[in-house]
Design a protein around this ligand. Structure first.
Ligand SMILES: NC(=O)c1ccc[n+]([C@@H]2O[C@H](COP(=O)([O-])OP(=O)(O)OC[C@H]3O[C@@H](n4cnc5c(N)ncnc54)[C@H](O)[C@@H]3O)[C@@H](O)[C@H]2O)c1
Length: 256
């Protein structure tokens, strides 16, 4: 066990965060850096990840542009993290896309493929690549995946395609937790409710937005920063006996 603090055990650890230029991702990157970790921030656009890393305390962080739907890049990314951060101890995989579609019939094959390729398929191959590096290092590790309340509700109308991919994340997280457990690697999912980011607000009409807020017992949407604490917690010594869990961070939108 490291020092008894919020980021216990994270000082000097190597952390990869994907979706790092996104609304939640940038807060997760900043929280890990504040906890003393060295962070590799991964997202599609180099200038965006450069901007995220430029604002971080301390040195040793890296900004990497990668399209994670290209599975060929995953092993190299994990090796780069291991080499440049000194070790790969934590993967927080946030990268995802939402194609907002109203009805079932609005969902095209391309919509289905895009959301499943990035949200589930790329997640599996990246988690596997990171877990294999952690295994080789022999010091355990932490893998944190991102699902959504849709894993539980199944989504509504056209959002079933996104929800199905996020349901797959929960199943996958449990399976990886069983497989990597003997190597001291925990695997857990974060399940956000409504979070004020482009993914929530882009293309969402005002009435639906207000309805979702009203359905949240706390009566508001989350600031992206409110998701960073649970991620850092799962990566810290405080969560050393939590694995295969889905942590519901929804302000009570659903209760499980
Ligand atoms: N915002 C919400 O209300 C909400 C609710 C439930 C779950 N989530 C989940 O939280 C996570 C973070 O979402 P967010 O709200 O910050 O969304 P966001 O759209 O702000 O960020 C997602 C990031 O992923 C990146 N990305 C997309 N495809 C990629 C690819 N192929 N390769 C590399 N990077 C890629 C995007 O460029 C973007 O920066 C996602 O997994 C999302 O599904 C969000």
């Amino acid at each position: 066990m490291g020092e008894w603090g919020v980021g216990a055990g994270l000082d000097g650890k190597g952390v990869v965060v994907t979706g790092a230029a996104g609304g939640i991702g940038r807060e997760v990157v900043a929280a890990f850096a504040r906890a003393g970790a060295r962070v590799m921030a991964v997202d599609l656009d180099q200038a965006s990840v450069d901007a995220v890393v430029a604002g971080l305390p301390a040195a040793g962080h890296i900004a990497v542009a990668a399209d994670l739907s290209d599975l060929e890049q995953h092993a190299a990314l994990c090796e780069q993290a291991h080499a440049q951060l000194g070790s790969l101890d934590v993967l927080a995989n946030l990268a995802a896309v939402l194609r907002r579609r109203t009805t079932l019939d609005d969902v095209s094959e391309a919509d289905w493929d895009l959301q499943h390729d990035i949200n589930l398929k790329a997640a599996f191959f990246l988690c596997r690549a990171a877990g294999n590096v952690m295994r080789r290092q022999g010091n355990g590790g932490r893998i944190i995946t991102f699902t959504s309340q849709g894993w539980w509700t199944g989504g509504y109308g056209g959002s079933v395609a996104y929800a199905a991919a996020k349901g797959g994340i929960v199943s996958m997280t449990r399976g990886l937790a069983r497989t990597f457990g003997p190597d001291g690697i925990t695997v857990n999912a974060i399940s956000p409710g409504l979070v004020e980011t482009p993914m929530l607000t882009d293309g969402l009409d005002e009435a639906t937005y207000e309805g979702l807020k009203a359905a949240t017992p706390l009566g508001r949407v989350a600031h992206p920063r409110e998701l960073a604490g649970p991620v850092v917690f799962l990566a810290s010594d405080h969560a050393s006996f939590i694995s295969g869990a889905t942590i519901n961070v929804s302000g009570g939108f659903l209760m499980y």
